[in-house]
Design a protein around this ligand. Structure first.
Ligand code: TSX
Ligand code: MN
Length: 595
């Protein structure tokens, strides 16, 4: 990792390469961001939203070809291709230096270079890490100021920590042909050019807090995960913390901010984080988690006062909206905002929206950037330097058939296998192709900075070091009947599932042992006032043997992708599952590793 005294040298070297007209060191102050916003308003990069309805809020429209992460242009530049594995793109570090370096040559000519020191994690926490992003995009600076702790606090932390992760970003010419997001994990270095989009350009988030951090975490024995963190408060006021990983389109942010219909009984959800968790084994043998971020970069479409009232409250001021529609009275609008489209609304491309047209008004990946502290459900512990102790880990997916509403793994290694086997069916919003099953282990497929076979092994080894490991569960809010009707109401009602998980953590909660794990008995779930027929609940909890037998062979095919990097224990769990299902499997590949 670059050390403190080399920060100036690295900034100078970057300026020599990119040739900006001037250099601005960001202090993170309000005056500074106000000036930048003024600049962007003047240049037409931002539109000011209604001062009465959305004070200090802005709309940004990105280039129409630059609206989401570009995985095929994202590379890990480690020395050896086998160390990044088959699910990452590899580029030779020397080749990346030369070829991507060439694109940075003069890339900031005529523009200001912003130096953005930022802290991932709470101020004063031993678990926090410093990054420095150099960028020529004021939009990136304004977003980083919401998503991280930026400026002085980061430089102060750097004085003690002595090392930081350098990230160089330039918009370049925004051409997808000259767009690269490259990571040099051995040097903790990130280069991103040709995109202004969040996941490609806000380097603290996916690039540092997940791809680079997962590499560091493996070396140092901790976990950098794509997980929300929530606290479930019980009627006695005790709070139990849970972390959860879901692929996209499963409503991760909605769960993190769940508004509990059982609040009258004393069950309430507190939000610690909605996207990333850094977790380490504490001196007490428990797993402790911090949220390295300071804001939410959430998908806007589908967010409304029913699906996520806390997000709606969080984004009403001091927020940036990207690629949403704009109503005539200067409010943001998106599909699923639960308000009819006002006449005269402008779509995300700046054209007048056609209420009967096929084009969406907001881009399906339109975002809000909102400060976490504005969320009404934000946990009092969300900036605790030690983090919060995790009692349960939830893995999930969107499955119409296979996975029951909830089940508990037999133990940690079986739970790691459950997370490694995670899969989700695609929705129209994401791909245009509906119902295709995608494997996405621990929801880390696009974000694990090293070989995922080794990653499974790392999870197994962290578990072995814990005296009191979290219990591991799998949830599926999306099970359907044969007629295609959702069997579970989801959203706030998911607190009933969290309650059963809490009961299990405390050694209670009735369950039956099945082939796949412990499944609640229907009576063990509090269904009071839900009005769901008992047979529907039974169907949501059913373990359908036929679909699990099909699942076995799909899992096998997936784990074979990683060759001898798939730990022997993962194959052992796979074999045991098949045996419990009384389903014949071939022996695993002979050369699998014993960890
Ligand atoms: O976010 C969702 N969650 C998690 C909430 C804490 N969504 C939206 C997914 C897209 C991001 C859900 N959609 C959930 C859910 O639990 N469940 C469903 C499926 C569903 C949709 C509509 C209904 C029920 C289930 N409507 C009625 O039952 C009336
Ligand atoms: Mn995410």
């Amino acid at each position: 990792m670059a050390s403190n005294h080399s920060l100036d040298a690295w900034v100078e070297e970057s300026a020599r390469l990119t040739r900006p007209k001037d250099i601005h060191w960001c202090d993170g102050s309000e005056a500074e961001v106000d000036r930048l916003i003024g600049l962007m308003l003047d240049q037409g990069d931002l539109v000011r939203l209604s001062e009465t309805r959305h004070p200090n809020c802005y709309l940004h429209r990105s280039h129409p070809t630059d609206v989401s992460r570009t995985e095929h242009l994202t590379f890990i530049c480690a020395a050896r291709p086998e160390d990044v594995g088959p699910t990452n793109n590899w580029m030779d570090p020397q080749k990346a230096r030369t070829e991507v370096g060439r694109l940075f040559d003069g890339a900031m000519r005529g523009r200001t270079m912003y130096v953005v020191p930022y802290l991932m994690g709470p101020a004063g926490s031993a678990h926090s890490r410093v990054g420095v992003e150099i960028t020529d995009s004021p939009y990136v600076v304004a977003n980083m100021r919401i998503m991280t702790r930026m400026g002085r606090v980061a430089l102060d932390h750097l004085k003690n920590a002595g090392e930081f992760s350098p990230g160089l970003h330039s918009l370049g010419d925004l051409s997808p042909d000259r767009r690269f997001i490259v990571h040099f994990p051995e040097e903790r270095l990130i280069w991103s050019i040709g995109s202004g989009y969040g996941g490609n350009a806000l380097l603290g988030k996916k690039c540092f807090a997940l791809r680079i951090a997962s590499w560091i975490a493996r070396q140092q024995g901790w976990l950098a995960e794509h997980m929300l963190i929530l606290g479930l408060e019980d009627p006695e006021g005790r709070v139990t913390y849970m972390a959860a990983a879901f692929p996209s389109a499963c409503g991760k942010t909605n769960l993190a901010m769940l508004a509990s219909p059982l609040a009258h009984l004393g069950y309430k959800v507190w939000t610690v984080g909605d996207d990333i968790a850094w977790m380490r084994v504490g001196p007490d043998g428990r797993l402790w988690a911090i949220n390295p971020e300071a804001g939410f970069f959430g998908v806007a479409p589908g967010t409304n006062s029913q699906s996520n009232p806390n997000a709606i409250a969080a984004l009403n001021k001091n927020s940036i909206f990207t690629n949403v529609g704009l109503t005539p009275d200067l409010r943001p609008w998106w599909e699923g905002i639960s308000e009819p489209l006002p006449a005269g609304t402008i779509d995300w491309r700046g054209r007048s929206a056609d209420p009967n047209g096929a084009d969406p008004v907001a881009h399906p990946n339109a975002r809000y950037t909102a400060p976490a502290r504005q969320c009404p459900s934000i946990s009092p512990e969300w900036e605790s330097p030690e983090g919060v102790p995790i009692s349960a880990i939830l893995f999930g997916g969107r499955r119409r058939r296979v996975a029951p509403l909830v089940y508990q793994s037999f133990d940690w290694p079986h739970g790691v296998f459950v997370g490694a086997s995670m899969a989700s069916e695609t929705t129209a919003a994401a791909t245009g192709q509906v119902g295709v099953t995608r494997r996405d282990p621990m929801a880390m497929l696009p974000f694990c900075g090293y070989n995922m076979g080794d990653y499974f092994g790392h999870w197994l080894s962290v578990g072995a070091r814990m005296a009191r490991p979290p219990l591991i569960f799998h949830v599926n809010w999306f099970r359907q009947s044969a007629a295609g009707i959702f069997l579970w109401p989801g959203f706030g009602e998911n607190v009933r599932v969290l309650r059963w998980i809490l009961d299990r953590v405390r050694g209670g909660g009735e369950a039956r042992e099945t082939e796949i794990g412990y499944v609640p008995t229907p009576a063990a779930l509090d269904l009071d006032g839900l009005g769901i027929p008992p047979e529907t609940v039974r169907a949501a909890l059913e373990v359908d043997r036929e679909s699990w037998v099909a699942e076995i062979s799909e899992q096998r095919e997936f784990f074979q992708k990683f060759g001898d990097r798939t730990p022997a224990r993962i194959w052992e769990e796979h074999r045991r599952l098949a045996a419990r299902l009384k389903c014949a499997v071939d022996a695993p590949p002979a050369a699998s590793r014993a960890d």
